[in-house]
Design a protein around this ligand. Structure first.
Ligand code: ZN
Length: 150
């Protein structure tokens, strides 16, 4: 699929993460692992988190797919290391709001580079691409919480 027309600065940032993904590696001592796929586009992500004392101490991923999906996951992992589970959840909520068109969420500096993906919200078929990483994160946090209470 073509990359939607985004401002060139944002497009560069997305391509930069796509070509040089951060935290793309296997995590040996992971606490949770979630696999997510977006069959519409062929995107796949396997997110691995190491959680200690309700804090994400390491976030890695493996995956393939379009530039938007892979860049979004790469950007997301850079925000996760050291984050509390609460912060990670808040970030996922904020990003999801932005992708569903919230201009207020898009102004949130906490999103950092992830704001480059705001323009994707204008392309409904691509929103799933941008969200695949955070969907995996939300599933991971849910499954971790379930294990904790089990
Ligand atoms: Zn995609």
């Amino acid at each position: 699929m073509d990359t939607p027309q985004l401002s060139s600065l944002y497009q560069q940032l997305i391509l930069e993460h796509y070509r040089n993904p951060r935290n793309k590696a296997e995590l040996d001592d992971k606490t949770v692992e979630i696999h997510m796929a977006n069959p519409v586009c062929g995107d796949e992500v396997r997110l691995q988190l190491k959680i200690e004392d309700d804090r994400i101490v390491a976030a890695k991923f493996m995956g393939h797919g379009c530039s938007i999906s892979q860049a979004a996951v790469s950007m997301m992992t850079t925000k996760l290391e050291g984050a509390s589970l609460q912060d990670a959840e808040a970030l996922a909520r904020r990003f999801t709001e932005m992708m569903h068109g919230s201009t207020e969420a898009a102004k949130d500096k906490a999103l950092g580079d992830l704001r480059a993906l705001q323009g994707v919200s204008k392309f409904p078929v691509r929103i799933k691409c941008a969200l695949i990483g955070f969907d995996a994160l939300q599933e991971a946090l849910k499954s971790y919480a379930q294990e904790e209470t089990a």
